[in-house]
Write a protein that binds this ligand. Structure first.
Ligand code: 2IT
Length: 446
């Protein structure tokens, strides 16, 4: 039998100074501890000890030259967490906050998220402490080239397939894929999130945001509600926020906020037009990492410097920026303002206290590894298309994405429904994601 306090103390001892990894592991273990303790095969297999240890981690040096001709040095990482159900799969994050512990949390989450997608993908994550803010396109290209020169030793279309994450979009994937092809002389689906003209999948850029709204729509349906007329707050302003804003608007909701490291935007008119959606893409492409210019471009909108959007009265909140961006105080503010749905679209966007508060207050809370799985799901569909050497239409990919999000929602309901009808999606999704990986690990031996 596992004793959770003892297990967590030992995990902390073995992984010092990695608070995000411990936070992610604790949430999963709290959800699955009874399932594990009631299953002799899991106990005999020491499954918790094995599932919390990454298969391997790579740390490497990335040297590149800036526009002044000065040499710059960054850290590069790839965490191959678990490949029991398929090749390692997960994004690359370029952000100054990137550390090994942070990527271990993301690789751990990715393992269970990918399991929930129904597709055969293991979990991995990588990236660099490189800060794209203020960099020229040429600097980004030189960095990506140097990063891939080393990373290509550890990845491959059948072993480990990276993609984008914060700071890594189509432009960066292009530079990295180009370098991979130069070095390996092969045309394979070694990365996903590729451009449409060179092996990418339609809907991949939109997929995380679209998927999260499809997931939210399932949560609403489960309570006999619809998106129509709901007010929505989003954080962030990148690719994920963009996809959410488009799909939420299409389903009849009104998106009121976006945010950046500099503060948040409140747009009473709704972030709801083609022009506004496209402006989000411009903000991201500028590499300035700020949202303030939105209020200059659309003067009816207000900019609130240094603040987060969680004080705005809305029916639904979607954190879409970065881990731990929504804390317990924010959760209390949202609930006090009548918010009924929280759709965690960033990875571990809510602190543990915030999540526990939402669940205790019986707010419908969709955890990141379920709600944001649409991105990696369409990455999985991109891999399928690359393997078959064909391309599906927008409609085909979108339909598959909808089916996947609905099945992820159902898995949460199956394992997370309580006697009073409340669905604890955190517990349900963790159990569903965990079981598939754990069962595969047992089948494969050690
Ligand atoms: O967090 C995520 O799921 C991603 N950044 C997408 C990963 C992928 O392989 O598409």
């Amino acid at each position: 039998m596992y004793n959770i306090d003892k297990f967590m103390a030992e995990l902390e001892r073995k992984n010092p100074a990695q608070p995000e990894f411990i936070q992610a592991a604790k949430e999963v273990i709290e959800s699955v501890i009874d399932t594990v303790n009631e299953n002799p095969a899991y106990l005999q297999a020491k499954i918790l000890d094995r599932i919390t240890e990454p298969d391997r981690t790579f740390l490497f040096k990335v040297e590149w030259e800036d526009d002044n001709g000065d040499i710059q040095v960054n850290k590069g990482f790839r965490v191959q967490f678990n490949n029991a159900i398929g090749p390692y799969k997960g994004g690359l994050r370029f952000h100054p906050s990137v550390t090994l512990g942070g990527l271990k949390f993301l690789g751990f989450e990715q393992t269970f998220k990918n399991s929930l997608t129904t597709l055969p993908m293991g979990g991995g994550k990588g990236g660099s402490d490189f800060n794209p803010k203020g960099k020229s396109d040429n600097e980004i290209m030189r960095f990506c080239r140097s990063f891939m020169t080393e990373l290509q030793k550890y990845i491959g279309p059948q072993t480990d397939v990276p993609a984008g994450d914060i700071g890594v979009g189509g432009r960066e994937i292009g530079f990295m894929y180009g370098q991979y092809k130069r070095l390996r002389a092969e045309n394979t689906g070694v990365l996903t999130g590729k451009g449409i003209g060179w092996g990418g999948s339609l809907i991949r850029p939109e997929a995380t945001g679209f998927g999260s709204v499809y997931y939210a729509d399932e949560m609403l349906k489960h309570k006999n509600e619809t998106m129509k007329g709901k007010t929505v707050s989003l954080s962030g302003f990148g690719n994920v926020t963009w996809g959410c804003a488009i799909k939420a608007t299409e389903l009849g909701a009104k998106v009121l906020t976006i945010s950046g490291p500099d503060g948040y935007i409140h747009d009473e008119d709704g972030i709801s037009t083609e022009e506004k959606f496209n402006y989000l893409l411009e903000l991201r492409a500028s590499n300035n990492d700020i949202v303030a210019p939105y209020a200059e471009k659309f003067p009816n909108a207000k900019f609130f410097p240094g603040e987060k959007p969680w004080g705005v009265k809305v029916d639904m909140a979607y954190p879409c920026a970065i881990q731990n961006e929504l804390n317990e105080d924010d959760a209390k503010k949202l609930i006090a303002n009548g918010c009924q749905y929280v759709v965690e679209t960033s990875n571990m966007g809510c602190t543990a206290d915030a999540v526990n508060h939402f669940v205790a207050e019986k707010i419908a809370f969709g955890p990141g590894k379920a709600a944001n799985a649409g991105g990696v799901a369409v990455s999985g569909l991109e891999m399928s298309q690359n393997s078959m050497k064909l391309a599906w239409s927008k409609e085909e990919v979108d339909e598959k994405l909808k089916v996947i999000m609905s099945s992820i929602h159902s898995a949460g309901v199956k394992y997370g429904s309580q006697a009073d009808g409340f669905v604890n999606y955190v517990k349900g999704s963790n159990i569903a994601g965990f079981r598939k990986v754990a069962d595969a690990m047992i089948d494969l031996g050690y």
